[in-house]
Design a protein around this ligand. Sequence first.
Ligand SMILES: [Cu+2]
Length: 133
Amino acid sequence: MKKWLKMLGLAVGVSMIISACGGNSDNAGSNSGSGNSGSGQSASTGETKSFEIKAKNWAFEPTEIRVNKGDTVEIKLVNEEGMHEVEIKGYGKKIKDSETITFTADKAGEFEFICSLFCGTGHDDMIGKLIVE
Ligand SMILES: [Cu+2]
């Protein structure tokens, strides 16, 4: 009657060996890009930049967001007055009220962001710019 116990022990042992192989040590190299001298282009990418866009009737604040290509961009939308949504054209991103989105700025250029929720007479004035350098 002890045979099943042996079998059980074997099964546990085998599964432990299998799971031990699953070690995932995939660490992206850490950034050592501290200290900006301001000269030329720094090749360091992968910084995380956080922004908060405040929306009111009828403007965004700030109207310009500047990042470097390769950066991870985090944007939160805060509606201070009225209800607005942000759409970043060319990146296909939308941010709803109180929402935070995160994406990688993998395309360089200037991308307009607008209010994508009709909010009244000044709706068309709600324009900002995402600049990816
Ligand atoms: Cu609007």
